[in-house]
Design a protein around this ligand. Structure first.
Ligand code: CO
Length: 210
């Protein structure tokens, strides 16, 4: 199947060059992305496509279930590089409905590495049992947990030294929480935006998750 991808790439590159002969030359000079996107690896949620943006506009880190682990050097490196080197001021944590990672964590015992990775989801489910048990088991409950998880991940991101230092230096960095609705193709703002290290009026998004 690789040849298919290479063929499509050749067609795409030729089309871009036809539209703008200097396109790739310009892009190769450097990147100045506006957004840092922390999203799920799910193939149905490609940040550029759902954001209607082209190459060079979003710096992305994606992992299974869009989690923020304070020990994830991959994510922390992307965050540090994005904020300190690329000068990104808009950070987005984006979850999505129908997330396979969330569903796997809710299904019960897993086998393998994913079991460790998704532990945080199971803890969140236990901590929010009251809210979740009011919803029917399955997609509705899982999608609510996906929202709760985004709120938690925004909070975790705000605790990273990279962001705490950025804010201490007076940098105007914002962290937003979004959910992508697979069945509509739309991004929903969870309104849990943080623009500083300190919470105002309690836990962010408390009204939506508790
Ligand atoms: Co997912």
């Amino acid at each position: 199947m690789l040849h298919k991808l290479l063929e499509r790439n050749a067609v795409w590159a030729a089309m871009r060059r036809a539209e703008d002969p200097g396109y790739f030359e310009q892009l190769s000079k450097g990147q100045e992305p506006t957004y840092l996107w922390i999203g799920c690896s799910d193939s149905r949620v490609p940040e550029n496509v759902v954001g209607g943006l082209g190459p060079g506009e979003i710096f992305a880190h994606r992992n299974v279930a869009n989690l923020v682990h304070s020990t994830d050097v991959n994510l922390l490196s992307a965050l540090e590089f994005g904020v300190n080197e690329l000068g990104i001021r808009e950070i987005i944590v984006c979850g999505h409905t129908g997330c396979g990672g969330i569903a796997a964590a809710m299904r019960g015992p897993l086998e393998g590495v994913a079991d460790h990775w998704l532990e945080t989801i199971r803890r969140l489910a236990r901590r929010n049992e009251e809210v979740l048990s009011a919803l029917p088991e399955g997609p509705a409950r899982n999608d609510k947990l996906a929202e709760i998880s985004v709120v938690e991940m925004v909070d975790r991101l705000c605790e990273t030294p990279v962001l705490r230092k950025a804010w201490a230096r007076g940098m105007a960095v914002s962290v937003h929480g979004l959910i992508y609705r697979l069945s509509q193709g739309e991004l929903d703002n969870l309104d849990v935006t943080r623009t500083g290290a300190h919470l105002e009026g309690g836990k962010p998004g408390a009204g939506r998750t508790a």
